[in-house]
Ligand binder design. Structure first.
Ligand code: ZN
Length: 190
């Protein structure tokens, strides 16, 4: 990752979900910040307008498999299907396949790295987990992000997979605070 400096990366997994993703996009737009969205194919296929909105705003759309399985439990052919079909949906919507992917639950195995590489993607993990999917309260999500803030940090949140209204509300609070603290919210370049 170039130009790390005081930069941080915000990532949102499992979407897009028309109930929550637009709220995330709206906040990022208000502060002119770019983020990464690791989308699931089964969500992306019905929400290609949201993929296009992400790209139009300069966000990076990554591959988070089709159906969010535990990758190490799958046969190589299924892993290829999960990643390949999701890349196809993204390519159909955006005109280019994704350059990044993230395994559900952060559960990678050797063959999934090989298949990802064959599909032209780099894996991206995270360093700060907001555990927002447990719905711990907006304030707790905000505190986890601000406590974890440091140069080069990659924050994991979710814009789908359940009620994510706390995740949407939390971004509205922590994003201006990160910017006030001098952080540059960015996306990795390839
Ligand atoms: Zn996920």
């Amino acid at each position: 990752m170039s130009g790390v400096g005081r930069s941080m990366v915000l990532t949102f997994d499992d979407g897009p979900d028309p109930r929550y993703t637009p709220g995330i996009l709206e906040t990022l737009r208000a502060y002119d910040c770019r983020a990464m969205f690791f989308v699931c194919g089964e969500m992306a296929v019905d929400n290609q307008d949201l993929l296009r909105e992400m790209e139009a705003d300069g966000h990076v759309v990554g591959n988070h498999t089709w159906s969010h399985p535990l990758v190490p439990k799958l046969k190589p052919s299924r892993i290829r299907d999960e990643l390949g079909s999701t890349s196809e949906v993204i390519e159909r919507a955006l005109g280019a396949p994704p350059l990044w992917y993230r395994a559900p639950y952060g559960a990678w195995n050797r063959i999934s790295f090989e298949i990802g590489a064959e599909l032209g993607m780099e894996p991206l993990a995270w360093t700060v987990d907001t555990l927002d999917w447990t719905e711990p309260g907006t304030g707790t999500i905000v505190r986890r992000v601000l406590d974890g803030a440091a140069p080069g940090v990659v924050v994991l949140s979710h814009d789908a997979g359940g009620n994510r209204s706390q995740s949407v509300a939390a971004l509205r609070r922590y994003l201006p605070q990160l910017l006030d603290a001098g952080y540059h919210i960015t996306v990795p370049r390839r």
